[in-house]
Design a protein around this ligand. Sequence first.
Ligand code: AMP
Ligand code: TRP
Length: 335
Amino acid sequence: MTRIFSGIQPTGRKHLGNYIGAIQQYVAGQDRGEAIYCIVDLHAVTVAYEPAELRRRVLDTTALLLASGVDPARCVLFRQSDVREHSELTWLLTSVTAVGELNRMHQFKSKSAAQRELVGAGILFYPVLQAADVLAYRADEVPVGEDQREHIELMRECARRYNARFVPDGGTTGLVVPEHRIPAVGARIMDLQEPTRKMSTSIGGDEGRIYVLDEPAAILKKCKRAVTDSENEIRVGPDKPGVTNLVDILAAARGTSVEAALATLADARGYGDLKVAVAEAVTDMLGPVRERYEALRADEDAIEAALAAGAAKAREIAAVTLHDVRTAMGVGPLS
Ligand code: AMP
Ligand code: TRP
């Protein structure tokens, strides 16, 4: 069976880009294979943060995933730091990761430039931890948004280099070279106010982002104010980033193709109608998530219990990989 792994950061409020690019795919993955999802708190310490807030955000993000339909009975859902194998494998994988590759990562360049006080080494090593997350489970597929393409390429390279160096006979103890799974529609949702830039937790203002937990009125207001162009012609293309983004959102929220979404707009009287259609589709998609969220978030003991049970299952899988890797690399006694 296909093994699916993905991770999500417990930082900030999750937005429409996260939902369409990643969370929707997590839910779908539970029907396609053996799904393993992780809240990556160790990744979150690579930038400035507040310890108490980080702990709260893990619970926020877990409750949001549960409200979205990620179901611990049908997947493994856990907190990254609960499974220590991730940290150990990160270190071991540094032996097959080139500093030059880490230096060239777009995210490293932009995040290190944005840090005002200390540029922690964690920002450089961030992709190695991400590689360890996936490779520890020998996952076949990694559902992510477009912005993670480079990180997946790096983990593939790590796995290939590890196998060539430490498992030269190609036996079953090697690491699996994973494939990315980037959605056909909605892999890069753009900011509503600045549609040439991706919707992001850290850049831009609230008007440009729809949050998963936004009320319908806020969704409508943000859609109505979305930046378009002066043509009033509903068509997609690189010269029309604002309209293209709205049509992409419409298609992704309804679960149809862009062509099908455009066909339903044939009678639209202009951008006003498009914006209302987008707001309705997004509200239909996110409304049930918002309605379930509060009750789930309120029960912190239940969230912690679900994460602990998930971690126990995750550890069982990761421990086998770590045993193989330690053995192959000559680390620790033979066992
Ligand atoms: P993060 O919150 O940074 O952990 O991101 C969680 C997931 O959301 C990752 O798989 C990202 O690729 C995805 N993602 C983030 N921003 C966007 C966006 N604007 N459009 C589509 N997917 C996104
Ligand atoms: N770096 C990813 C992001 O910012 C989060 C992440 C951490 C991840 N580990 C992962 C994604 C493993 C996929 C697989 O979105």
